[in-house]
Design a protein around this ligand. Structure first.
Ligand code: NAP
Length: 550
């Protein structure tokens, strides 16, 4: 604690507390401070700004969104001055960018790092949130805003014997800042999601021997990452408004549109050529080749077969090829990874694949990992096992709303919410990219900008109209859950039974489809319509007039 820290007994009073100093928290601070003139404090456990990009430092960590789209678009000057070096930015570059944003907009004065929020309790008596930190500091605030990220609470599976392992182990989302040297080591990696698929080729480059423990085989499209040249950088800057328009008016907030054609309307040759071109171009555009890939199982099958064939053509060993291409869910029903040499890595003689569906992990021993078939001797284990997504980081804080209602209780059957922005029973609490919003189904920065701007307008409205509180209505929230569910059922997304979209990767977590899958444009329109109807579905409370149910 530094000298300027006030005595622990005197609470600090601000208008808004924002938790998290990543993309969400930085922009929320800027808008509340500069546009509304509020006093704001951003709190973050990390010792630096950056959120996800502060923690995820594993080898190969880079963004799957193209760099010119993985940025804030609110400031023309910021867009003009920042130069991305590669098609997909690496973690250190994104972290530099977010540090630049913090400096450029003079945000650091209102950010307290190294500070974990332990609890946030709403008091009806004074209509204030009381926030307690691990440093013993108490804050009071009218607005409590979470920008904790959707994928920030590491999911470390409880495998018997982990404590007994005599080597080192790491989770990709909590990677040591000093890095890890795998040279000459026997390394095991568990997990073949987007993270594992990025890390495995890099681990293979260093390790003496790499064993990949795969539970569910996964599709992956080549990223075709490359350095950006000045011509493209200039093009992206000159067309920034065009890209912004595309990103804010399509399904996934990426800088490209989904082709307006159906997969089965093409001949086999035409369709294969379209897939081939997309494969060569690389990246998430592959999923945009036809508009019905996520709706029509037969259409999806054509893409799935194309990728399976590519895997079989790439991987020389027929047993590995079969295990890698034996995928149990529709293409893109789980978040589709993109890669740099993932399948090729399995052609190296020092890389083995263990199929956990056939031979599950029984335990971890002092020497390594024991499956039902064999014990694998390892010096290091990398858990690329994902996150307690969307709700994990929120539930880790002791959040209590009206009448002491805990968030845990409010969400015992799943994360009840309205628009992914509020939870009934928790007045003046806002969840940036919370469950129930399109968030993780989108390129994140446009989704974050939208939420931060919506929340800012909402708070401005409350203050202009002397409303003390805004709170999601219970029925509107239940209806919103039904809307999210119905939108999911219009797609093949729920067919991926092990997906973190459903909470299925964390034992005991309620199985509820969490992100809103109806598309970013549709969602933005819903949010706008609700505002135009005077915040329909929210309850706004006047100091003297009592509650107004919209
Ligand atoms: P993930 O998609 O949840 O994948 C976790 C992997 O670990 C899966 O293969 C899973 O197998 C496996 N696993 C989990 N528990 C296991 C256990 N007990 N035993 C064996 N295997 C186990 O996590 P992720 O790869 O970290 O990705 C999460 C999300 O983060 C992505 O979907 C993406 O949205 C985001 N992300 C983005 C980027 C980027 O843009 N650059 C990079 C990485 C991640 P099952 O499939 O069988 O459960």
């Amino acid at each position: 604690m530094n000298e300027s820290t006030p005595p622990l007994t005197s609470p600090i009073s601000v208008d808004a507390i924002v938790v998290g100093a990543g993309f969400s928290g930085l922009y929320q601070l800027l808008l509340l401070r500069e546009k509304l003139g509020l006093t704001v404090k951003v709190l973050d456990t990390a010792q630096g700004v950056g959120g996800t990009w502060y923690w995820n430092r594993y080898p190969g960590a880079r963004c799957d969104s193209e760099s010119h789209s993985y940025a804030y678009y609110f400031s023309k000057e910021l867009l003009a001055e920042w130069e991305w070096s590669e098609r997909y930015p690496q973690q250190p570059e994104i972290l530099r960018y977010l540090n630049h944003v913090a400096d450029r907009f003079d945000l650091r004065t209102d950010i307290t790092l190294g500070t974990k929020v332990l609890s946030a309790h709403y008091s009806e008596e004074n209509n204030l949130w009381h926030i307690t930190t691990n440093r013993g500091q108490i804050y009071t605030a009218t607005y409590f805003i979470t920008g904790v990220g959707c994928l920030s609470s590491a999911n470390i599976p409880s495998i018997e014997g982990l404590d007994s392992f005599s080597g080192q182990w790491f989770h990709t989302g909590e990677w040591p800042h000093e890095g890890v040297d795998f040279t000459g080591k026997k390394v095991g990696v568990i997990g073949t999601g987007s993270t594992g698929i990025q890390a495995i080729p890099m681990l293979a480059e260093q390790a003496k021997h790499l064993t990949v423990f795969q539970r569910t085989a996964n599709y992956s499209i080549p990223a075709r990452n490359k350095p950006l040249d000045d011509t493209f950088r200039r093009f992206a800057k000159e067309n920034a408004q065009y890209f912004r328009e595309v990103m804010t008016t399509n399904t996934n907030a990426h800088p490209f549109r989904i082709a307006d054609r159906l997969a089965l309307d093409c001949s086999d040759e035409e369709r294969n050529q379209i897939y081939e071109d997309a494969w060569l171009k690389g990246g998430l555009q592959f999923r945009a080749t036809f508009k019905d890939l996520l709706q029509n199982p037969q259409a999806n099958q054509t893409a799935a077969d194309f990728i399976r064939n590519k895997i079989r053509q790439t991987v020389i060993d027929p047993v590995k090829a079969e295990q890698l291409s034996n995928i149990d869910h529709p293409f893109a029903a789980k978040r589709p990874p993109i890669d740099s040499g993932y399948f090729e890595t399995f052609n190296a003689s020092h890389v083995d694949l263990v199929n956990l569906r056939e031979t599950p992990i029984e335990c971890i021993t002092p020497q390594g990992i024991k499956t039902s078939a064999a014990e694998f001797k390892l010096d290091m284990i990398v858990f690329a096992t994902g996150f307690d997504a969307m709700t994990g980081s929120l539930l880790k804080m002791d959040i209590r709303g009206r009448n002491g209602l805990t968030l845990e209780n409010a969400w015992h059957a799943g994360p009840l919410n309205y628009l992914g922005l509020q939870v009934p029973g928790f007045p003046n609490m806002f969840t940036i990219t919370g469950p129930g919003s399109p968030s993780v189904l989108c390129n994140m920065p446009p989704a974050i900008e939208h939420h931060v701007e919506w929340i800012t307008h909402c708070i401005a409205y409350l203050r202009q109209n002397q409303y003390n509180t805004i709170e999601a209505n219970q029925q509107a929230s239940e209806d919103w859950m039904a809307t999210v569910n119905a939108a999911a059922n219009e797609t093949l997304l729920p067919q991926a039974k092990h997906s973190w979209y459903l909470g299925a990767n964390v034992p005991g977590k309620p199985r509820v489809f969490m992100p809103y899958p109806g598309g970013f444009l549709r969602y933005r329109n819903i949010c706008e319509e609700i505002v135009s109807k005077g915040y329909a579905g929210f309850m706004l409370e006047h100091e003297s007039l009592g509650q107004t149910d919209k």
